[in-house]
Design a protein. Structure first.
Length: 393
């Protein structure tokens, strides 16, 4: 049995993050692997790190960093002053952690020091292969270089795999290209989540990265419903589910009210902090809310993905606010499954709103599913193939 270490972002507030992590574990386990998500915490030398950032980055980068540090401070102050919000956030995080403990085996290897290239030596003793992904593991958060551990520098190149990894942005800052090139070249088998990511890899390394679907799409409906939980307090009447990560504009609200009124639907706002029970729902209940909905309105990629997997009528909205650029991912997914007409600016809000044929989408997703699984199967056999070739020589 192959022992596989998984490295990803560990965000105990984000449904998509926790569910993609479970999907990667489930895929590896179905192939007979003993998979575990590894947690490493950076040995931070704060002043040294800030000096390094400010010394090597353009002015706009560290200005953005300073802005985000100040915003974080203000958020923390607000949380302290507003104990109710703090309690709600803690409850949600605890629910997400319990989900992770139940469904995604995790092992904590303690501290690492990227500046001195010091990693726990047990890693290469305890595991045969190392997978980084999925999610935005190579994102330039605040314009800074990603966590070094997400390039697996401690392991032999042929044992390193990226699975549906994402940069989060269509390009890399000029001053970071050389470092990205060096780090990416240490990964033997690269797959990415977006075409833009494949373009970056090709530009920086000359290698061709395989574009695969988000791991959540690699599991089928039945596999997801095995862990989905029917939430308590679902309305007796059919309901419209909304899940918005960005701002709900006046126009969006008018559309929601019109559809619920005309079709006699209850309304469930899943990401609304005023509804603390639903806001703190764990990921397995998130799946249950989507699967039992009559229709779903969302600006979230993963909520949209599960709506498609579960065969639920949906409308995709453009995200308003800080992360408006995130709509590109939704557009790419809709293009892939040939459902481009289901965006809020194209769909007809009439009697045809609930009429949606998923047969073509299901065929496309099954093809993508096979491609993802084949990539993992083939890369996990690389070491064996190399050894056989060496023996022949």
């Amino acid at each position: 049995m192959k022992r596989v270490a998984v490295f990803t972002l560990n965000d105990y507030k984000n449904y998509g993050n926790r569910l993609q992590n479970y999907a990667v574990y489930k895929i590896l386990s179905s192939l007979g692997c003993d998979a575990k998500t590894v947690i490493l915490r950076k040995n931070k030398r704060f002043l040294q790190r800030i000096k390094q950032i400010l010394g090597n980055s353009p002015v706009e980068v560290w200005c953005k960093l300073l802005k985000n540090i100040l915003l974080d401070i203000l958020v923390n102050i607000n949380a302290i002053l507003n104990t109710e919000n703090s309690r709600i956030a803690t409850t949600r995080e605890d629910n997400f952690k319990r989900f992770t403990q139940k469904y995604s085996p995790t092992v904590d290897y303690g501290l690492y020091d990227p500046e001195k290239n010091i990693y726990p030596k047990e890693l290469t003793e305890d595991f045969d292969y190392f997978v980084v992904g999925s999610d935005q593991v190579w994102n330039l958060w605040n314009g800074l270089f990603p966590e070094p551990v997400n390039f697996l520098p401690f392991a032999p190149k042929e044992k390193c795999i990226s699975f549906a990894a994402s940069f989060g942005y269509p390009n890399v800052h000029e001053h970071l290209k050389a470092k990205f090139s060096k780090c990416l070249s240490g990964i033997g088998h690269i797959s990415v989540r977006e075409e833009s990511g494949a373009k970056i890899v090709r530009e920086l390394t000359g290698a061709d990265a395989l574009v695969v679907a988000d791991p959540t799409m690699t599991l089928n409906k039945e596999e997801w419903l095995e862990i989905a939980t029917i939430p308590d307090g679902l309305p007796d009447k059919p309901y419209l589910l909304t899940f918005f990560l960005g701002n709900v504009t006046k126009q969006y609200s008018e559309i929601i009210n019109e559809v619920t009124g005309d079709n006699r639907l209850e309304l469930i706002k899943l990401n609304d902090k005023r509804d603390t029970i639903r806001y703190t729902a764990p990921p397995d209940e998130f799946l249950g809310y989507i699967n039992n909905a009559e229709i779903v309105f969302t600006d979230s990629f993963h909520c949209l993905a599960f709506s498609i997997l579960f065969g639920k009528p949906f409308v995709a909205f453009e995200r308003k606010g800080e992360e408006e650029k995130m709509f590109t991912r939704i557009e790419n997914l809709l293009k892939l499954v040939k459902m481009e007409s289901r965006t809020s600016n194209k769909v007809r809000f009439d009697e045809t709103l609930f009429d949606l044929d998923f047969s073509e989408a299901n065929k496309i997703i099954e093809s993508e599913r096979r491609k993802s699984v084949s990539f993992i199967e083939n890369t996990l056999e690389i070491e064996k193939l190399i050894m056989e070739k060496a023996e022949c020589n």
